[in-house]
Design a protein around this ligand. Structure first.
Ligand code: TYD
Length: 138
């Protein structure tokens, strides 16, 4: 089973507008150490093209919209992110690509750990190899 799912976060809305709050282990199913965001993504750009060995993340398109392609080595799935209160939770060894960014898209990511290039798998064949080794030992 691919450990990717959409989470709808509570909106604290009133007549003034909306607010979303995310607390570790309460709203997000992990502890987090880093937030980063992508904006000004140029038209037609597709990025990502990597998997993580350990990192847990939630991706939010807090403004505009974009699509996320995920792949667990056996199945692929596409998600549309177009609501600021919806997040895509991705746990660990999942190949991901982000694409179809609207001009105004801001893709914000909450991550369980600091930036660490050693956690990245940036080669698709290597990713498939790591996935198959994992399945062999399970
Ligand atoms: P990159 O990993 O290429 O983006 P993606 O794979 O998601 O398309 O990241 C772009 C640059 O930003 C690269 O030089 C690494 C740097 N970076 C950090 O310094 N810290 C971070 O937390 C992230 C995600 C990237």
């Amino acid at each position: 089973m691919m450990d990717v799912r959409k989470i709808t976060f509570q909106q604290h809305g009133d007549e003034r507008g909306q607010l979303v709050a995310i607390e570790e282990l309460l709203d997000a199913p992990f502890e987090f150490k880093r937030i980063y965001f992508m904006y000004d993504t140029k038209n037609g750009v597709r990025r990502g093209y990597h998997a993580h060995r350990k990192l847990k993340q939630i991706l939010f398109c807090v403004h505009g919209n974009c699509k996320i392609h995920v792949d667990d080595g056996e199945r692929t799935c596409e998600y549309l992110l177009n609501k600021p209160y919806e997040g895509l939770f991705i746990d660990g060894l999942i190949w991901r690509e982000m694409y179809d960014f609207s001009e105004d898209a801001v893709l914000m990511v909450i991550a369980s750990d600091f930036y660490n290039e050693r956690d990245y798998i940036r080669d698709y064949d290597k990713f498939k190899e790591v996935v198959s080794k994992l399945h062999d030992t399970n």
